[in-house]
Design a protein around this ligand. Sequence first.
Ligand code: CLR
Length: 438
Amino acid sequence: EKESFNELQLKKRDEIINDGSFLGYEDPPRMRLKLDEDDRPKISLWAILKSMIGKDMTKMTLPVSFNECTSLLQRVAEDMEYTDLLDQAALKKDSCLRMIYVAAFAASEYSSTINRVAKPFNPLLGETYEYCRPDKGYRFVVEQVSHHPPIGAALAESARWDYWGESAVKSKFNGRSFDINPLGTWFLNIRPITGGQELYTWKKVTSSVVGIITGSPVVDNYGEMIIRNHTTGDVCKLKYKQRGWLGSSAYEVFGTVVDKSGKPRWSVGGRWNDKIFGRKYQTDIGDSLIMLSKDSNSVGQSENPLNVSTSPSLNAPFLVWENHPRPSAPFNLTPFAITLNAIPAKLGGWLPPTDTRLRPDQRAMEDGQYDFAAKEKNRLEEKQRARRREREVEGSVHQPRWFRKAKHAVTGDEYWQFTGEYWRMREKLGRKSIDSKK
Ligand code: CLR
């Protein structure tokens, strides 16, 4: 079943391969960093932040030991960890059931925030980051298209789906918590096995660092996410509960999939740091799905959720998503995040000079050379400021290289449209650079 593609899906798969997108990604992703453990000096967050009440992240100068060795562009790429859910969605024949997998994907993006109370590097204007997984069949590219405010435009493509949007956040330290409000709309185009295409959109919920004053900071994610299937009219309202007193209701997420006629069809819920379940909607259960999933051993995995009604365990919950294990790692990176900044020997020649992997400050951070990281970060940011002053003198405006602003024909939202050039240019210049070294 996993290998079956319809015509539309095959067309997309061929396009990705014919662009040479996977060139350089022949070796398996890396499994570990050079360091076994990061030994950043432990400084109290509160001691540093108490003088910054009311400020947003772009106006804070924090010591580099508050950074992690990733950039915000790579944090966007971290959304790709559970794209298997999108492949599974495309294999389902019922659009409301597809929605469950889409909702689980949207929630899975938060699993990586556990124990990651650190500031990612701010991308430089024009910086890009690409990430391909031939084993999973997708390619991903993101470009920093604006510096003030910081905006990244991203697009991921695979045979069965495309996922794109802008990563732009408003952040503020209000004295108690550090709140991050995402602004942009995210778009998902699924090519279901049954044919045609389906457009979904949603906005991300609020991320917040809490527990700063008490010295045990954690990341919480909360708010309501409305996922719309614009093609069929199905909607899923997904509620992320705010972490309560002493951590009660932490990580809980629950939603209902409602079809075009307004009829609730499926429940979906669980915890975004652990597991998410689906279940046929029953009028009387509501939030109890979360209760069920808390005691996760009591719920089995149903191979064929569409057939639950014919089995004795009528309407039993089925597992939709499970978080990957999190062995201890420098900066508390997930195993997936560890793969992101690697430059395998074969990839080197194909990377454009703007790729995040080539930033010396982030590399130094990854290798535990914090003083050098700070020095290099400063140097790059000074260079960026000088370039900005030059543009002011010239009266010129920075133009994004691989994306342009457009208005979406269906939703009317503004979005960053991919020009399609990146992968073809990468192949052309990559071949040149590799030939010149022969
Ligand atoms: C959450 C998952 C989303 C994309 C996204 C955007 C902004 C990220 C956020 C994620 C996680 C938390 C985050 C935030 C920017 C800053 C904030 C990394 C990845 C950190 C925790 C703030 C640290 C503040 C300090 C003062 C140390 O799909």
